[in-house]
Design a protein around this ligand. Structure first.
Ligand SMILES: CC(=O)SCCNC(=O)CCNC(=O)[C@H](O)C(C)(C)COP(=O)(O)OP(=O)(O)OC[C@H]1O[C@@H](n2cnc3c(N)ncnc32)[C@H](O)[C@@H]1OP(=O)(O)O
Ligand SMILES: O=C(O)CCC(=O)C(=O)O
Length: 380
């Protein structure tokens, strides 16, 4: 299967998450972290926002990171001017392509869209930048019109078309079909931009790759407008594990990146968030723990070591006596079956009451308590 280039947009669509705003220093640190992790392209911001954003963008460009830089603007004279002035390698110049957005948002028509592409893409090229045409709301665009857009963009000199599922309406089957059709009708690079409104952004992104997308947009922790975009960590690991596609992104850098972005965005990562959640390699259920200790493959599809992480076992409501006996052995106490059963009841009560596993000292106390209760019961 062909390779795919990741274009990470944590610093553009990620930062568009309502309520998220990075400082200049945070943007620089995130850009460095992404580049050091091996992400080959970064969409780093929106120059039309004004001088402050332009300054940060120029600072990132000036770092000459080992990643190509892209900036976002509308396909209009003013935006392409300030985008080109940043010195970024690529300009993503965006134009709505669905009738809903062309009509209601821009109050224009399809001809205006095609004429604008014809007129302005060459103007951007004159400024020395490479152009990706951002097809906003591409997933709701008329299919035939979309082919016309790509043909016009290619003739005008764009090198890439961003197929944006702006409102997150696609599923993996429709994404695959749409991307296959675009690839069949155009020589442009195709960049998939998925949104997670239905929880399908990563699945749709993988489907786009299967359909021939050359580039994919991701964000760290799946940050982005509304429900977010395809998560970088999910896309990288899924492409690698499912299809053997190595994106060049180091899996062991995903966790530090996630931590950095969670902190800078003020959006903590849920414990069960795939790949980077604190709990995704932690096991409690008795049958799973028993299986894992017999052979990790029984309940492990993804080796945490790939991500620089480790399995953890905790005790709780769903533990079995095997895990309990092992935990106590590590504390220097051997339990017989009857003791283990009594302690299990105490651990379950604890977990229900405190909604967390007992710490080591608490386990010792529970064991003591369970033994004493049993001793008292025997005396009576
Ligand atoms: C799907 C996406 O994620 S697209 C990216 C969206 N990102 C953002 O909007 C974040 C940054 N945005 C901003 O800083 C501001 O909105 C700016 C600088 C881009 C524009 O600010 P303002 O000029 O004050 O306009 P405002 O935000 O109120 O409205 C957007 C304008 O852009 C126009 N517009 C939207 N898309 C396009 C386009 N592709 N080409 C031309 N004009 C467009 C709208 O029609 C509207 O103009 P109108 O009021 O003349 O109808
Ligand atoms: O570049 C574009 O037009 C896509 C913008 C975007 O973030 C989206 O449509 O969701």
């Amino acid at each position: 299967m062909a390779s795919v280039t990741i274009n990470d947009t944590t610093l553009r669509d990620g930062e568009q998450t309502a309520g998220v705003a990075f400082t200049a220093d945070e943007k620089l640190r995130i850009a460095r972290g992404l580049a050091e992790a091996g992400v080959p392209e970064l969409e780093i911001g929106i120059p039309p926002m004004g001088p402050a954003e332009q300054e940060v963008i120029r600072a990132i460009v000036a770092e000459r990171l080992p990643a190509r830089t892209m900036v976002w603007g509308r396909l209009c004279e003013a935006d392409l001017g300030c985008c080109a002035a940043t010195g970024a390698d690529l300009l993503n110049l965006s134009i709505p392509v669905s009738d809903i957005q062309i009509g209601h948002k821009l109050r224009r028509d399809r001809d205006w869209v095609l004429n604008t592409i014809r007129a302005l893409v060459p103007r951007a090229l004159e400024r020395g930048a490479e152009v990706c045409l951002g097809g906003e709301d591409g997933s709701r665009a008329d299919a035939e019109f979309l082919f016309q857009v790509l043909e016009t963009a290619q003739r005008a000199g764009a090198r890439r078309f961003r197929f944006a599922d702006t409102t997150g309406v696609l599923d993996p089957f429709s994404t695959y079909e749409r991307v296959v059709a675009l690839r069949a009708r155009s020589d442009l690079e195709i960049e998939m931009h998925a949104h997670d409104d239905l929880g399908l952004a990563t699945a749709n992104t993988l489907a786009a790759v299967r359909g021939g997308a050359t580039h994919i947009n991701t964000t760290v922790n799946g940050l982005g407008e509304r429900a977010g975009n395809a998560a970088l960590e999910e896309s990288v690991v899924a492409l690698r594990t499912l299809y053997g596609i190595v994106t060049g992104v180091r899996p062991d850098r995903l966790q530090p990146l996630s931590d950095l972005v969670a902190q800078a965005s003020g959006r903590p990562v849920a414990a069960n968030k795939s790949i980077v959640g604190s709990g995704v390699f932690t096991h409690e259920a008795g049958i799973h723990v028993d299986g894992l200790f017999k052979h990790p493959a029984t309940y492990q599809s993804l080796d945490p070591a790939l991500l620089g992480r480790r399995h953890a076992v905790v005790l709780g409501k769903h533990s079995g006596t095997g895990a309990l006996m092992r935990a106590c052995r590590e504390l220097g106490t051997e339990l017989d079956a009857a003791q283990a059963e009594r302690l299990l009841t105490a651990v379950r009560d604890f977990a229900v009451r405190y909604k967390r596993p007992p710490e080591t000292d608490e386990l010792r106390l529970l064991h003591l308590d369970a033994s004493n209760t049993a001793a008292v019961a025997r005396l009576n």
